[in-house]
Design a protein around this ligand. Structure first.
Ligand SMILES: [Fe+2]
Ligand SMILES: [Fe+2]
Ligand SMILES: [Fe+2]
Ligand SMILES: [Fe+2]
Length: 400
């Protein structure tokens, strides 16, 4: 069944405001919920945070009072949506458990996008990034065992493997080398624009989360690991945001944002296993259809173009959280030693990379290496979850 969000009717804007009772949602049960329900919540929170921040940036560039007032009205609803979505997370989960879930989102969402992306340059950008978040998951899982004496399989539930990817200390590149070439808005497939927005928003939320929760830990190794990985998420936001064509007008960007919100709520509604959460995805989709209609009006008025020229004529196949184990193992086997040089990729450590490494490491081990040593000392082993057998890279095989 085809679904064209530009032709659907949603809930009128003045019917979208919710009261305290409606905002006070029941969180998911941390022990019995589908891990991918939690992933959808985390991903959608990132999308709503981006909707809010983008609208604020647009308002700050907008001299027209009436337009600013309309942006404020829609943005307030986005803020309510963000509260409802993020408040589905249970208070019982620790910051580190939520962190592990954030990296699981980064792994399985980016891997899925890489598999589906039709453009080879964009696909390479996702394949490159996913091997790094995959390694973050392994580092945080070891920190979790040190600090909470628990195992990350309780969180990822065997859906995502936990083992080394591209080693985290090698993610620290000269900032120049984190900037990619953008897609061309005139010629790229509409799905490619949606992919780029989605991954950019997810990484931005991860960056924001680590920069805020990192210093709440007392243990020095935890404080240091959040600093290190927080800096890499900054690199990831730079990497993914540079894929978006900066030639898009503000109204075109707004249109793409609202369309993407419709796409993701629709996707999650179609794939959600928890009926209560599914109802929220459906309600929010019906709100977004109206946001999209309003954005389309602004786009027509200010850019003088037809939204159908920019957006997909029907929603693409739903974004799906599912295991990507074989795909990731294949990437690990073939791309683990990649780094970037300018806007491209190379397999050897070049001069600018080495200089950055030297300056940042200051002759010491990175926290991401230290955390594995610490866990070996404390637990007598490092933590891994390899459901599909030995590590695909011989030198990273267990108990080296
Ligand atoms: Fe929204
Ligand atoms: Fe990460
Ligand atoms: Fe990341
Ligand atoms: Fe929206």
């Amino acid at each position: 069944m085809t679904f064209n969000p530009l032709r659907e009717r949603g809930i009128p804007l003045d019917k979208q405001l919710r009261n305290w009772r409606e905002l006070n949602v029941t969180p998911i049960d941390p022990d019995h919920a589908d891990p991918y329900t939690r992933c959808r919540i985390i991903a959608m929170n990132g999308i709503e945070v981006e909707a809010i921040l983008f609208s604020h940036q647009l308002a700050r560039h907008c001299p027209d009072l009436e337009l600013k007032q309309q942006l404020a009205r829609v943005r307030y609803i986005e803020a309510q949506q963000q509260k409802v979505v993020n408040w589905l997370l249970p208070g019982l989960a620790s910051v580190l458990e939520t962190t592990i879930a954030y990296e699981q989102v980064a792994v399985d969402l980016t891997a899925w996008v890489a598999r589906m992306e039709p453009d080879s340059y964009l696909k390479q950008a996702y394949q490159f990034g996913v091997l790094e978040d995959f390694d973050h998951l392994y580092r945080y899982a070891n920190l979790y065992e040190i600090i909470e004496h628990r195992k990350a399989e309780k969180i990822v539930d065997g859906l995502t493997e936990v083992m080394p990817g591209r080693p985290t200390y090698l993610h620290h590149r000269d900032p120049i080398d984190n900037v990619r070439e953008p897609y061309d808005r005139e010629n790229t497939a509409p799905i490619s624009k949606l992919h780029a927005l989605t991954i950019m928003a997810a990484e931005q939320q991860t960056m924001n989360f680590y920069m805020n929760v990192g210093p709440t830990y007392m243990e020095p190794i935890a404080r240091q690991l959040y600093q290190e990985i927080g800096l890499i998420e900054e690199e990831h936001v730079t990497h993914y945001e540079s894929l978006v064509d900066p030639g898009e007008s503000w109204w075109e960007m707004l249109l793409n944002h609202e369309y993407n919100e419709c796409y993701l709520y629709h996707s999650f509604m179609e794939t959600e296993s928890d009926p209560k959460v599914k109802n929220i995805w459906e309600l929010h989709l019906n709100m977004e259809l109206e946001h999209l209609r309003l954005a389309a009006e602004l786009f027509k008025r200010h850019d003088g173009r037809d939204p159908e020229q920019v957006c997909a004529p029907e929603l693409p196949a739903p974004v799906t959280f599912e295991p990507n184990k074989a795909y990731l193992r294949d990437l690990i086997a073939t791309q683990i030693d990649y780094t970037t040089l300018g806007t491209g990729y190379v397999q050897e450590a070049h001069e600018r990379f080495e200089k950055m490494q030297e300056a940042l490491m200051g002759g010491e081990k990175a926290p991401s290496e230290q955390v594995i040593d610490d866990n070996r000392t404390k637990s007598g082993h490092e933590y891994r979850l390899q459901t599909e057998g030995e590590h695909p890279v011989h030198s990273l095989a267990h108990n080296r």
